[in-house]
Design a protein around this ligand. Structure first.
Ligand code: NHR
Ligand code: GAR
Length: 213
């Protein structure tokens, strides 16, 4: 069974989507460990309620990013993961950390990358008059939000919609697509070639999905 470690910083609704799909027998992974940098993250409570091991490595306890990342890396390695899942994890990771977990470190970003890396993505998409917005699941490389794209889900932006409303609709996409992307990984269906992700050795139409919700 594919061993997964999930890194969170906050609410953990994406973590909950993984927990639910594993419970329902739809996602063949072992949620081995959940790690938060934030001791108050509600996602830690979700994990404990699901009987998953948890750890908190508070970045404020460390003098540098390098020391924090080393402690994080050491704790994750103890769980011997096949995949490390960033699910609302809000600390930028050093190149050393990223290389250690190369090709087994994934992130979800709430925008249609390469559009809108960084933060405040929903408001920025509205301000730019974007017709489509959504979420991107990608392998992590040292450059933030720049790694090979596994899967994207998009919705049409509604006229007059607030950033909060748009964010809520994007969350629904995230909760459907992130477990699907990890399922593909667990089934050994993903490879990276020339900075592009292949599904069953092809570029597939499944990698951009449009939603009406
Ligand atoms: N690390 C690397 N090297 N590469 C990526 O692609 C990463 C990453 C770490 C996190 C998630 C990410 C996102 O999808 C992610 C991708 C936090 C920041 C950030 O600026 C940027 C991108 C992402 C997450 N963090 C601030 C920092 O100083 C802290 C912000 C805060 O605490 O609220 O680390 O968007
Ligand atoms: C998600 O929308 C995710 O895309 C975003 O944070 C939210 C976490 O929600 N990630 C980032 O912005 C990464 N910088 P959750 O804690 O409820 O899963």
């Amino acid at each position: 069974m594919t061993r997964a470690v999930v890194l969170i910083s906050g609410s953990g609704s994406n973590l909950q989507a993984f927990i639910d799909q594993v419970d329902q027998g739809e996602l063949p992974i072992d949620l081995s460990l959940v790690v938060s940098n934030n001791p108050d993250a509600y996602g830690l409570t979700r994990a404990q309620q699901a009987g998953i091991d948890t750890a908190c490595i508070n970045h404020r306890d460390f003098d540098s990013r390098e020391e924090f990342d080393q402690a994080l890396l050491d704790r994750i390695d103890m769980a011997e993961p096949d995949i490390v899942i960033l699910a609302g994890f809000m600390r930028i990771l050093t190149a050393e950390f990223v290389h250690h977990f190369e090709n087994r470190l994934v992130n979800i970003h709430p925008a249609l990358l390469p559009k809108f890396p960084g933060t405040d993505t929903h408001q920025r998409a509205i301000n730019a008059g974007e017709h489509w917005h959504g979420a991107t699941i990608h392998f992590v490389v040292p450059e933030v939000d720049a790694g090979p794209i596994i899967l994207q889900g998009r919705i049409q932006v509604r006229r007059g919609e607030s950033a909060e409303q748009l964010q809520q609709r994007v969350h629904k996409i995230e909760h459907r697509l992130y477990p699907l992307a990890v399922k593909w990984f667990a089934e050994g269906r993903l490879t990276v070639r020339d900075d592009a992700v292949l599904l069953d050795n092809e570029r597939s139409a499944m990698q951009l999905q449009s939603f009406d919700l």
